[in-house]
Design a protein around this ligand. Structure first.
Ligand SMILES: Cc1cc2nc3c(=O)[nH]c(=O)nc-3n(C[C@H](O)[C@H](O)[C@H](O)COP(=O)(O)OP(=O)(O)OC[C@H]3O[C@@H](n4cnc5c(N)ncnc54)[C@H](O)[C@@H]3O)c2cc1C
Length: 472
């Protein structure tokens, strides 16, 4: 490998997913020439479906936008940082209550278009086989393909992995709307109690007949008998077996429904099938359980089963899901599946600036570096891109974002040194990553604390952007 001097004004980015596209964009916007390698559509991963840059592989939701929510805080920072991925998501938004859900095809087209037309970016549709020459950024994600995966993991010691599952998508016209109602989960505060499912019947006044319930989700209600039969079916269904040498480790925020069902009869009813905040206009009551369908595209011709990631065999998925009254005759456009996600043990094998200890000048970012989630991967791509641009242009080390910001707290999580036997798993953005408020004075409510924490993050991120002179 040629010695890295840091004088080059050109950089290689490998992987045109969320993190790689964002990194390439941030570099190009700062005048750095980028060669972006993306293997699709020549070589596909088991989860991607198109050749689009920045394709979302599973859910079409980038989670909440609320200001006082951890995902919302991260989005605000990426908005301030002029993230291409976030801007493209907002421009491709489909209705989904308080979540930022998108038409994934439109979003992918927008990102691809922007990158293809940037004069500083050259796209090469090629599989990269080995760690590239510096300066470079590797953002090949959880489904890193080919010998590159082996080369990376040999530097990280044991290859690390967890499983991620994909939820099915159905054709909207084939849903039986005699068994659905349209509504967003609304005003959950009203139904909050120590046991949110023990507030039936819902006493909220019914809307008048002329005033249909508005909402962004198609809800498929289940009676108690239907729910119990569904859980029983999940427990007895045939699943795709993991490789015998692999322990099926799941990401807790994205558990397959059959794993949730195995944890207890009510786990699904407290999870993706929770009926809280919903009332079936046909009965005037809250259903016992519900399956929510969210629009997949802006035309509303496809809907995904929210939170229904699964590793049931395809035949079993069709058999069991078609027992749900609203889905009896449904046409599946995509069935659920499961994939092994690879990542690096970042605290051991990466330096502070995301460079690989074994390959100076080569950074690793996105899910590979120890975060989980679309926006989290994007944020790490953004930070790596800004860091690399700063180094290439100014030759100095970028001041890191404060730990009180979402971006800085994700970085701090990745970097925190671990004991030899201490596990390391990718994290998504959550409030526990942000340090508590300093002496908030008198005792304040949790909701107020969250809001103050969000405001502190935004203020600190803005000041940091000013200090590092982001637009120069
Ligand atoms: C099956 C599955 C489901 C997931 N579901 C969700 C979800 O619902 N919500 C969520 O927030 N997160 C989800 N994730 C996790 C994570 O947020 C996404 O994987 C996210 O896309 C990671 O971003 P990334 O940029 O690191 O990787 P990616 O977006 O996967 O981008 C990596 C890119 O590198 C390319 N590539 C790979 N190897 C090579 C090579 N050798 N040469 C050239 N190009 C290469 C790939 O084609 C891809 O375009 C899921 C992950 C998986 C695997």
């Amino acid at each position: 490998m040629a010695p890295y001097t840091g004088e080059e004004k050109h950089i290689t980015v490998v992987g045109g997913g969320l993190a790689g596209s964002e990194a390439a964009w941030q570099l190009a916007m700062r005048g750095i020439a980028v060669t972006l390698f993306e293997m699709r559509p020549e070589v596909m991963t088991p989860a991607h479906r198109t050749g689009h840059l920045g394709e979302l592989v599973c859910s079409n939701s980038l989670k909440a936008v609320r200001k006082d929510n951890a995902s919302g805080i991260l989005k605000k920072e990426m908005e301030l940082g002029k993230s291409l991925i976030l801007e493209s998501a907002y421009k491709s938004r489909v209705p989904a209550g308080g979540a930022l859900a998108v038409d994934r095809a439109l979003m992918g087209e927008r990102i691809t278009d922007a990158i293809e037309n940037h004069p500083n970016i050259e796209i090469r549709r090629e599989l990269v086989q080995c760690i590239p020459q510096p300066p470079a950024i590797i953002a090949t994600g959880p489904l890193t393909e080919g010998p590159l995966a082996d080369e990376l993991s040999s530097g990280a010691g044991v290859p690390l992995y967890f499983y991620d599952a994909i939820a099915p998508i159905v054709e909207t016209d084939t849903i039986d709307h005699d068994h659905t109602f349209v509504a967003s989960r609304w005003d959950e505060k009203k139904t909050k109690s120590s046991d949110p499912l023990k507030t039936e019947p819902d006493t909220t006044p019914s809307p008048s007949a002329e005033e249909p319930q508005r909402g962004d989700y198609i809800n498929c209600p289940l009676s108690r008998d239907e729910y119990e039969a569904f859980v029983e079916d999940l427990l007895n269904a045939d699943k795709v077996p993991p490789h015998p040498f692999e322990e099926p480790k799941y990401f807790e925020g994205c558990l397959p429904i059959e794993v949730m069902a195995a944890r207890g009869p009510d786990v699904l009813r407290y999870g993706p099938m929770r009926p809280v905040g919903l009332r079936d206009p046909k009965t005037g009551r809250r259903p016992y359980a519900v399956i929510q369908l969210r629009a997949e595209n802006s035309q509303g011709t496809a809907h995904n089963l929210v939170g229904f990631q699964t590793r049931l065999l395809y035949g079993e998925q069709k058999r069991i899901f078609k027992k749900i009254p609203a889905l009896r005759n449904v046409n599946f456009l995509r069935l659920g599946s499961i994939h092994r996600n690879t990542y690096l043990r970042a605290p051991d094998c990466l330096n502070e600036d995301f460079t690989l200890k074994k390959a100076p000048g080569v950074r690793v970012t996105g899910l590979l570096c120890g975060v989980e989630g679309y926006m989290e991967s994007t944020a790490m791509g953004w930070l790596t891109g800004v860091m690399a641009a700063n180094e290439l242009r100014a030759g100095n080390v970028l001041e890191l974002p404060p730990v009180t910001t979402a971006t800085g707290s994700l970085y701090a999580y990745i970097r925190r040194p671990r004991m030899k036997d201490e596990p390391f798993a990718p994290t998504n953005m959550n409030m526990s990553l942000l340090p508590p408020l300093e002496s908030p004075g008198k005792k304040i409510k949790k909701s107020q604390r969250r809001l103050l924490t969000a405001e502190r993050a935004e203020k600190d991120f803005e000041s940091w952007l000013e200090r590092i002179n982001i637009d120069s």
